[in-house]
Ligand binder design. Structure first.
Ligand code: NDP
Length: 292
């Protein structure tokens, strides 16, 4: 097996699996999963994400509903749209693209989404379900990380996992998932003392820091599995930019047992897991089995 964890091909096979299950669901139960994506404003990066999500949603045979609102949109209007999507039977997943403009209370909007349609897994109910090990909706990027780790390592029981970063969208949910898999989990952050030594103990090292190439080979235990969630755009020196992770790939790759590259590692898994979550919820909401 290759040392490099190929997220691009893993995501492609997950999307193919979702597509075949969507086809069965349509045929067997007459249900077409629907994903609604709400974009407020014109942030260029968000526009690209939303376009990609819409395209991939249609490619797996689901219905895609895009709602693009101006950046002057008020709280009440956005809440009204969420209510409308909550009660729309053809919508099984609702994703509000973050960040939202400053006049909008982001938490209030996320918590207005019906928890069963919260395919991003950010609603307090789903955060709570994950923390007590209940069967809720798991945020997409952390779910993608776990799928890749399990695919590489199988049973994770007893492994020492170190997560660098404690954000609500990546660090904490990844740590919770690894805990559920019976890892011994250490969550580190900007105030952690002896960060390098903490990382050197990791069988599984997950980097979700947002600092380009911070984690070098010296931090990695020989043979460890390294998952790099970071997406950082840096100056390539020739007037262009390039994408790098939070891990210094060249030095870490020489020591790690397995490692995700950037780009082509965790990144492609996020939308694939979004489609996976939407399929799961379409089945759950309609009270039918997820096709085998
Ligand atoms: P946040 O900025 O929300 O969190 C960063 C975390 O890293 C914080 O907990 C912070 O600690 C910690 N941190 C910052 N500096 C240090 C340091 N010097 N030493 C130790 N810890 C540090 O980032 P996100 O979790 O949202 O994202 C992390 C990375 O993942 C980013 O590069 C982002 O672009 C990427 N990302 C990729 C996704 C994908 O689809 N692949 C999806 C989401 C994010 P503290 O809490 O103490 O401030």
């Amino acid at each position: 097996m290759s040392k490099i964890i190929d997220g691009k091909s893993f995501a492609a096979s997950l999307r193919a699996e979702v597509a075949s299950k969507v086809a069965v669901l349509k045929e067997r139960d007459g249900i077409v999963p629907g994903l609604a994506v709400v974009l407020v404003g014109e942030d260029p990066a968000s526009q690209v994400y939303v376009r990609n999500k819409g395209k991939q949603t249609v490619e797996v045979g689901m219905q895609s509903f895009e709602h693009k609102l101006p950046d002057t949109t008020g709280q009440d209007e956005l809440m009204g749209l969420i209510d409308q999507l909550n009660s729309d039977d053809s919508v099984h997943g609702i994703l509000v693209q973050l960040p939202l403009p400053s006049q909008i209370d982001e938490k209030a909007v996320i918590n207005r989404i019906n928890p069963d349609k919260d395919v991003d897994g950010f609603h307090l109910t789903n955060v709570g379900r994950l923390s007590i090990g209940d069967n809720g909706i798991v945020p997409c990027t952390p779910l993608g990380c776990l799928m890749m780790i399990k695919d590489q390592l199988g049973d994770l029981s007893g492994k020492h996992a170190v997560v660098v970063g404690r954000s609500n969208i990546v660090g904490k949910p990844v740590a919770n998932l690894l805990l559920q898999e019976n890892c011994t989990v250490v969550i580190t952050h900007s105030r952690t003392k002896n960060l390098v030594e903490e990382c050197q103990r990791a069988d599984i090292l997950v980097a979700a820091v947002g600092r380009p190439e911070m984690i070098t080979g010296e931090w990695v235990k020989p043979g460890a599995t390294v998952i790099d969630v970071g997406i950082n755009r840096i100056d390539a020196g020739d007037g262009k930019t390039r994408l790098v992770g939070d891990v210094d790939y060249a030095s870490a790759e020489a020591v790690a047992g397995k490692i995700t590259p950037v780009p082509g590692g965790v990144g492609p898994m996020t939308i694939a897991c979004l489609l996976h979550n939407t399929l799961q919820q379409a089945c759950r909401i309609n009270n039918v089995e997820v096709p085998e």
